[in-house]
Write a protein that binds this ligand. Structure first.
Ligand code: HPA
Length: 281
């Protein structure tokens, strides 16, 4: 594949379609993961754009993902929020999964806040915890599934981008401060991205834990890869919606319903975190 799936013109066309509908210049993009969409309901003076109105925008086909962009003000910051995201397992190419991030880059947005639902691998975590993502393991990417596959457009970023500090230290410090000020327990750890959609086996879980990962999920990393390639600063927070099961003899099992239900309980705390970080920007 030597022809890129999307050209700069494709990203610019979608950016224009968004700009025609909104009356603000967003400076922060938010991605709201499984069950976390209600966070967008607090955005003031909101303009809502269904993904179906936007050329090439990947629609989410998963329960718990709305499929619309919400722009407006949150803590006096002009934000653009993705209420629902696309995942590779839905049938999208990685270029499609990364598409919205490139559109944000073209719109001049320099800060990305990503959220997701994740399974807890770290044995000190509880379901319902929040975890600041301090680093990630791009397992899916190391298998070749990356939005950066194919010819590189240098106008977006370098061929060999550096990922030593993928998650912005300054934004992480802001999140720690907000958690401390509000009595919120904020875990910290490494997120590992798998392709899904099958949940992990107990053997997978034990392996991922040995690799040093603290939380496992099926999203986020492709978007972060695109953002870091494009020079954006990134804050990532996982909602630990379930504790990963590491024993085949366990009578417990994970379900998407559990992920959504726990996500709902976490929403107010995650909202406090997001508001607190936005206040400091
Ligand atoms: N595994 C993978 N993805 C997830 C999980 C999990 O246990 N929970 C929420 N997303």
């Amino acid at each position: 594949m030597l022809t890129p799936e999307f050209t700069r013109e494709d990203y610019e066309k979608t950016a224009r379609a968004i700009r025609e509908r909104i009356h603000v210049q967003p400076t922060v993009a938010l991605i709201l993961g499984s069950g976390l969409g209600p966070l967008a309901d607090s955005i003031e003076d909101a303009t809502i754009i269904p993904y179906t109105d936007l050329p090439n925008w990947p629609r989410s086909t998963v329960a718990g993902h709305h499929g619309r962009l919400v722009t407006g003000k949150l803590e006096n910051v002009d934000v653009i929020a993705m209420q629902g995201r696309a995942h590779y397992y839905e049938g999208y190419s990685m270029a499609q999964v990364g598409f919205p991030i490139r559109v944000f880059q073209v719109m001049g947005i320099k800060t990305l806040i990503v959220t997701n639902a994740a399974g807890g691998l770290n044995q000190s975590f509880d379901a319902g915890d929040l975890m600041l993502i301090v680093d990630h393991i791009n397992l899916i990417g190391h298998m070749g599934l990356t939005p950066l596959y194919g010819p590189n457009d240098e106008s977006f970023g370098p061929r060999f981008p550096i990922f030593t500090r993928a998650y912005d230290k300054h934004l992480g410090d802001m999140a720690r401060k907000v958690a401390a000020a509000n009595g919120i327990t904020l875990r910290e750890g490494i997120y590992i991205c798998l392709a899904g959609p099958a949940f992990e086996t107990p053997a997978d879980i034990r392996m991922l834990r040995q690799w040093g990962a603290d939380a496992v999920g099926m999203s986020t990393v492709p978007e972060v890869v695109t953002a870091v390639h494009g020079g954006m600063r990134v804050l990532g927070i996982s909602s630990i919606t379930n504790i990963a099961i590491d024993d085949p003899a366990s009578d417990k099992e994970v379900s998407h319903e559990e992920v959504l239900a726990t996500g709902k309980i976490i929403v107010p705390r995650l909202m406090t975190m997001l508001r607190g970080v936005l206040q400091q920007l």
